[in-house]
Write a protein that binds this ligand. Structure first.
Ligand code: F6R
Length: 261
């Protein structure tokens, strides 16, 4: 795992944007895994700015969401399809075409069949770069503690902690946060060629420590990333505050970046 530690979320977004822009320019297979939540928003703003300057486009890229709430109508402002549409789709944003934005249908009559369909489409896409955030309880996607680290796309019960963390998007009412979601499984996420994990803010410090320096365990689902051979974690100082080996990671980042490794 390559670990970069930066002063603040803005600096994290600058480096993340460079990585995404480079990865999407270089590849034949232009498929990008996108996440929601607040962490990647400064990154998406950088991508829109680069698009406005004519330096970057997601036109022709297929984007795949990590997850979607079950039961929210697509036009609900917090449905992940709506959030990603507003952040990325259209010439005024990043050039991503609407038909190239893929999200699980949280309104499907049979959400279990929908999870299986989505799993197939993600695997077929062979995601080149997957953007990830991390939950305060260590979830990636919505793989909550206790979910198999080799799980495929499935219907997940959101942890109480996650519903309380996400209440800020639902008028501060945890009960308004859906109880279920469809999420790529940890095993599905691990199939992406490269993973870009972003973590900002003090509330993520314990999860970052557990995921990077703890053992691989279902208790902290993000810890499965230790087993992937191409992960970049970009954290701000607050999220990195509990890392025991922070100085080593910083030294290594400096040296490998300077030498273009
Ligand atoms: C979102 C997702 C989640 C979030 C995580 C952090 O698509 O899959 O894993 O990345 O809950 O959310 P924020 O960034 O809001 O702290």
């Amino acid at each position: 795992m390559k670990i970069g530690i930066f002063a603040d979320p803005e600096a994290v977004a600058d480096v993340a944007a460079t990585l995404v822009i480079t990865a999407m320019a270089r590849t034949e297979n232009r498929s990008l895994g996108v996440s929601t939540g607040s962490t990647p928003l400064p990154l998406y703003a950088r991508l829109r700015e680069a698009h406005a300057r004519g330096e970057f486009t997601l036109e022709g890229v297929r984007a795949y969401s990590l997850d979607e709430y079950v039961g929210l109508p697509v036009e609900h402002p917090q449905s992940y399809r709506r959030v990603l549409f507003n952040e990325l789709v259209g010439e005024g944003r990043t050039g991503l075409r609407e038909e190239d934005l893929h999200t699980p249908n949280g309104h499907a009559e049979d959400v279990f069949a929908e999870a299986a369909r989505y799993e197939e489409s993600v695997i077929d896409a062979r995601i080149k770069l997957q953007i990830l955030g991390i939950g305060t309880n260590g979830h990636i996607g919505f793989n909550e503690p206790g979910t198999s680290l080799s799980a495929r796309t499935h219907v997940e019960v959101l942890a109480k902690q996650t519903r309380s963390d996400n209440a800020r998007f639902f008028g501060d009412d945890p009960d308004a946060v859906p109880e279920l979601c469809i999420t790529q499984g940890a095993g599905t996420i691990m199939e992406a060629k490269k993973l870009l994990l972003l973590a900002t803010g003090a509330t993520k410090a314990t999860a970052v420590r557990a995921v990077v320096e703890g053992g691989i365990s279902m208790h902290w689902p993000g810890s499965v990333l230790q087993w992937h051979d191409s992960v970049v974690l970009l954290a701000d100082e607050e999220a990195a505050a509990e890392l025991e080996n922070a100085d080593l990671y910083k030294e290594r980042w400096e040296l490998t970046t300077r030498r273009n490794m």
